[in-house]
Ligand binder design. Structure first.
Ligand SMILES: NC(=O)c1ccc[n+]([C@@H]2O[C@H](COP(=O)([O-])OP(=O)(O)OC[C@H]3O[C@@H](n4cnc5c(N)ncnc54)[C@H](OP(=O)(O)O)[C@@H]3O)[C@@H](O)[C@H]2O)c1
Length: 328
């Protein structure tokens, strides 16, 4: 089969397409073999491909990729929920989705709602699960609260906007381009400001009548934390999903007067039950049309390096980058 491989940990990452990769087997009866139509390209794939994030302690060569959508080719004898021909999307703990076929555990597979394409399905796992984990599990958001989503035009940011709107929150977003601002507004934000200008701090405070926001989803903590403390309402929660460049310089004394909570968000830490709950919420709301996964730039397998390298650059990201793998 054809597959994209990490052959060495390099910066910037360099991925290769192999035309003679071994097609995986369902080496036990609980596994499902999926023919991949499209794979989502996530920031974490960049960390994995460059050796920055090696939680599986895996060495090259290996096939990266956590998210994908496609069709079940083979279901093991003990698999109860899936059969060959089912349209599915996956969230693979052991990676391997940047390939024509991937073998995954049954609990890593979900039925793809009928109203979305394979490309949209490839956007559903990591971005929406992270957004749900931040807003619901960690943020404990309540209807009527106000949330600021920093980096709202990115893939996690757009998922956050849609989920927050669905939950009845008032949404404020940030983006650095006019197209990004428009997209964030179309996806649920009442107001959108530019995170590249320091004025966004006073703009957010003005938009909340000086009270500040109850929750902040923060993608670029090292650059924005000082402003986040200023923009937070009393008892606000700052949800850290991304680190940003360099180190945090901000003194923490600002947290005390407003009794702010700073919470880390780690999708990797979610339990199976929490993931199940998040998947159920996502699928229900995709079916009703409240959540609409947005596909950004689409790449061919040969362009995988380009797709992964483009992540994390502030370039007016619009939706999620995907790799198109098998056609038809
Ligand atoms: N903790 C977890 O479990 C978890 C899971 C998934 C992802 N993440 C992290 O979440 C972050 C976002 O991932 P993603 O996939 O959404 O990335 P993405 O699609 O590349 O989007 C990045 C976003 O960040 C924005 N941005 C750039 N500079 C910014 C700044 N100074 N302040 C605020 N926003 C800024 C970009 O906007 P412009 O292009 O308009 O500047 C863009 O909207 C990454 O750091 C990723 O590692 C964490």
């Amino acid at each position: 089969m054809r597959a994209v491989y990490v052959t060495s940990f390099e910066m910037p990452c360099r991925l290769e397409v192999w035309n003679d990769a071994l097609k995986p087997d369902i080496d036990d009866n609980k596994k499902v073999l999926v023919k991949v139509h499209a794979a989502g390209v996530n920031s974490i794939d960049k960390g994995i491909a460059t050796g920055q994030f090696n939680r599986l302690h895996i060495n090259p060569p290996f096939i990266p990729g956590l998210d994908a959508a496609g069709i079940v080719e083979v279901a093991g004898g003990d698999v109860t929920k899936f059969k060959p021909g089912d349209r599915v999307y996956i969230f693979s703990r052991k990676m391997g989705s940047f390939a024509e076929y991937v073998s995954v555990e049954e609990d890593e597979v979900r039925h793809l709602p009928g109203n979305v394409s394979f490309q949209q399905g490839a956007v559903l796992a990591t971005p929406y699960l992270t957004a749900y984990r931040a807003i619901v599990h960690r943020g404990k958001a309540q209807r009527g609260e106000t949330i600021l989503i920093h980096g709202a035009s990115g893939s996690v940011g757009l998922a956050c906007c849609q989920i927050a709107r669905t939950l009845g929150l008032r949404v404020i977003g940030t983006a650095s381009t006019r197209e990004g601002e428009n997209l964030v507004r179309e996806n649920g934000a009442d107001s959108v400001f530019n995170h590249k200008t320091p004025e966004h701090v006073t703009q957010v405070l003005d938009a909340t009548g000086g009270k500040g926001v109850d929750l902040i989803v923060e993608t670029t903590t090292s650059l924005n934390f000082e402003g986040d403390v200023k923009m937070s309402a009393a008892n606000g929660r700052i949800l850290v999903i991304g680190r940003g460049p360099g180190h945090l310089q901000t003194p923490l004394a600002g947290l005390m007067p407003k009794e702010l909570d700073v919470k880390g968000v780690g999708l990797i830490t979610a339990t199976k039950a929490e993931l199940e709950e998040a998947f159920d919420f996502i699928e229900h709301n995709v079916k009703t049309g409240s959540l609409v996964p947005l596909v950004g730039r689409q790449y061919r397998m040969e362009e995988a390096s380009l797709a992964v390298q483009s992540l994390g650059k502030s370039n007016g990201i619009l939706g999620k980058q995907i790799l198109n793998i098998c056609q038809g």
